[in-house]
Design a protein around this ligand. Sequence first.
Ligand code: ATP
Ligand code: MG
Length: 525
Amino acid sequence: MKDKKNNNLSLDCDNKNPTKKTLCSLTSQSLIQEISKSVNNFKKSYSRQEVGRVVFSGDGVVHIEGLQHCKYGELLEIDGHLKAIALSIKEDQIGAIVLAEENLVSHGALVHATGSIVEVPVGTQLLGRVVDPLGNPLDGLTSLDTNKTRPIETSAPQIIDRSKVNTPLNTGIMYIDSMIPIGRGQRQLILGDRHTGKTSIAIDTILNQKGKGVLCVYVAIGQKATSVSWIMHLLLEAGAMEYTTIVCSTASDSAPIQYIAPYAGCAIAEEFMYSGKDVLIVYDDLTKHAVAYRSMSLLLKRPAGRETYPGDVFYLHSRLLERAAKLSKELGGGSMTALPIIETLSNNLSFIPSNVVSITDGQIMLDPELFNAGLLPAINAGLSVSRVGSSAQISAMKKVSGKLRLDLTQYKENEIFAKFSADLDIHTKIILENGKALVELLKQDLHNTLEVEKQVCLLYLNLKGMLKEIPLHRLQAFKRDFLQFLDTSFADVLKSIREEKEISFDSSLKLDEAVKRYLEYYFEK
Ligand code: ATP
Ligand code: MG
């Protein structure tokens, strides 16, 4: 019965019974609140315990019988201490990968299904540390002082949770920042043959984030331990480890450990992103990740498909890279920019490279011919693209880089044509001279990243057609000295471009004067 006046539930009250009395005094509204509070505070006080037995163990995989309700990706415990992940669910058997030395598992060992998935420690305590994909420190320093963990696999942010990618993430590499700009929250693939400078681009990008409020996670998958140690020392020396975490799985680690490495790195980066920070994550490299997954799948007796990879190999990388995002303001506005690396064979975009090309928002393609010719970074301008484009550039950079790609393309076309003809018209000669100077200008040494305002000033020379006035063989020295000259005598121009993100009319006048004064001084020398 309902008392319409005060919306009370009029129950027959027994004043002697306190429980009934409390119930009587509840309004329907507060009753709903009480019930929803109890539902929200409900904690599962039981745990599902399923036990099975190992019937086969070898090569890092185990087959288990007796786990009736095991789910795909579920964490299993073997003999109470070893971890394994269920990856093959059959009617009578479960196939799982062991996250430890395979010879530690014996036939008949007891296996518990935990009902959860693998988690890694996360939080700011991981900055400056080198950890394995399970979160164990590898740098010989103290143990990790964090109680917070995060599952290595979670679903990616929904479209509604994302916002537009429009803030630049500068790599400090002029070629990339001017023609293939990367925005915070973007996924930009770096691909190329062996030894073409893929890792170098990613490491330079990490070095360039110093003082820019971007945290970095470098995930080494199947790399040589010496290379990872060299990278760690390089970052330490440059003071970049303060804002970087290295997740390391080396070539000598088992395939399951290599397989979970990028997901673990992603979980660490995700924690930063969801706390409103900007993160850069490098996966070096996903070809080795796909190979690790293939070997596990073949051992789990999955049917092999194209190039002997199992059918779900696309899902492997798409579910990883989809987790990179620029979050909406409501979710804190953090971002995760992903730089996956893929190794190609003789520039061939076979199965795995073309899969990842289709998942990402653009690619930086490295060319072994350019590398061998000493044109470093060896970026192939024709095959590289950023689908986010100029919305990830400041307007000063947009202004000076607008016609850069066209200039380079014209130069490449005319260069081929010039090989067959000695007698060139004046127009073609100008294009060739300017193009050669531009290629020289875009060359950049390793670990020599440039602030965006300095890149703008150098590209301004091309915009105004002043490059051809400098002898080609002196251009590298000119670049270095001109930037020093700007630092000492025209610091206000650099400051104004940095702060206003524009080349104001005043700055352009000053820049013209700086170039004029420097060229006069340069030719007097
Ligand atoms: P791998 O396929 O073995 O992983 P990679 O493609 O990652 O190789 P890196 O290891 O980055 O290539 O670079 C290969 C070599 O090229 C290194 O010795 C590095 O010093 C050199 N290198 C790369 N970029 C430049 C550059 N811009 N200037 C000078 N040297 C460079
Ligand atoms: Mg490399």
